[in-house]
Each structure stands twice: as C-alpha cells, then as structure tokens.
Design a protein around this ligand. Structure first.
Ligand SMILES: [Zn+2]
Length: 189
C-alpha cells in the first residue's frame, strides 16, 4: 500500500474533475477500511483456532506485536488516503458541494461521532430548564412564551412539541449555532 501524495497548492484547474471523483474515491477508501477490519478479524480467528486445536504453537507476544504493527500500518495508510481526499474536498468552493451523509461519516471516525453524541444537550442549551430526567424549557428554534421544548436526558435527544424540531446533540448544536456536521463534531469533541 502506498501513501497518498501531497495535496496540490492550486486545485482550481482541476475543480470540475475533482467534484466528480471525490465522492466515489472517499466511498472506495471507506469500503477498503471496512474490508481490512473484516480481514484482520477473520485472520485473528483462524490463528486462534489453529492454536487451540494444537496445530500451531500458541502465538507469542512478539508475533502479535508484529501482526498489530502491520495491521495498524495498513489502517494508517488508508486513513491518510481518506484525509487526502477530504483535504481535496475541503479546497473546492463550498457553495457548489452537495452535502452528502457519507461525506459526513468520512470526515471523522465513527468512534468520534459516538463520543460526540455523549455530550449532554443541556450543556449547549444555554437557558433555564426545569425537571430532572425530562428537562423542559423554551424552544431555541421558535418563538414562544411558555415552554414546549424537551430534552430527554436518558437518550440525550430533544424534541419541541411546538415546532417539531428534534434530534440528537449533534443536530442540536448544528441547528442552534447554524454550523455544519463537521463543525458540530469539532465543537463537541
Ligand atoms: Zn420549537
């Protein structure tokens, strides 16, 4: 596996072409990452099975260290490719880029998204809330004089019965601060 090249300084002459290929390239790398994960899980199972049956000596720590090193090197290179395509994507004029869910996913690791989702919504609400498990307050997304907005702390989700706004903490900060998915994650992590 090869490392990606440097991101060119001037991408303007290639904009039309890049717009067409980047979504597919990113999807391709994501697929490779998934395949690699599956392959290593499979290999590990085979090695452990052989060792259990006695067909193979119990692999030493040294073996596993080497194995992990190789495994993570391949992951590392693929991640570099992912950042390469995302870096190119970032250089295209914003207004012309279609917002697609898989790009959102690619921008940060799944683990980061899960971590971001753990930040309590009420920390970003910035107003008075009543209640304990189910918090109630004025809706930040429509004008009202008495509360119809709820934060459900168990699921860390929100819902407004007045304007139907709702979702998780990522959607909350996106809407409240008028930022995109990537910026919301940055704020939450
Ligand atoms: Zn509302």
């Amino acid at each position: 596996m090869n490392y990606p090249p440097q991101i060119p300084e001037d991408t303007v002459p290639f904009e039309d072409g890049l717009r067409d290929i980047i979504p597919e390239k990113i999807e391709e790398v994501l697929e490779q990452l998934d395949n690699l994960t599956a392959r290593y899980e499979e290999e590990q199972k085979v090695i452990q099975k052989l060792a259990l049956k006695g067909d193979l000596d119990e692999p030493s720590q040294y073996f596993w260290n080497l194995w992990n090193e190789l495994k993570y090197k391949n992951f590392f290179i693929l991640k570099k490719w992912l950042w390469y395509w995302i870096g190119l994507y970032d250089k295209l004029p914003r207004s012309e880029i279609k917002h697609t869910p898989f790009l959102d996913k690619a921008i940060l690791d799944k683990a980061d998204v899960l971590r971001a989702k753990e930040r309590p919504i009420e920390q970003f609400y910035g107003g008075k809330l009543t209640g304990t498990v189910r918090l109630c307050g004025l809706c930040p997304f429509h004008k009202e004089n008495s509360p119809s907005f709820f934060i459900f702390t168990n699921s860390n989700t929100f819902h407004c019965f007045g304007c139907q706004a709702g979702g998780d903490v990522i959607e909350f900060v996106m809407k409240k601060f008028n930022i995109d998915f990537k910026e919301a994650l940055k704020m939450l992590l």
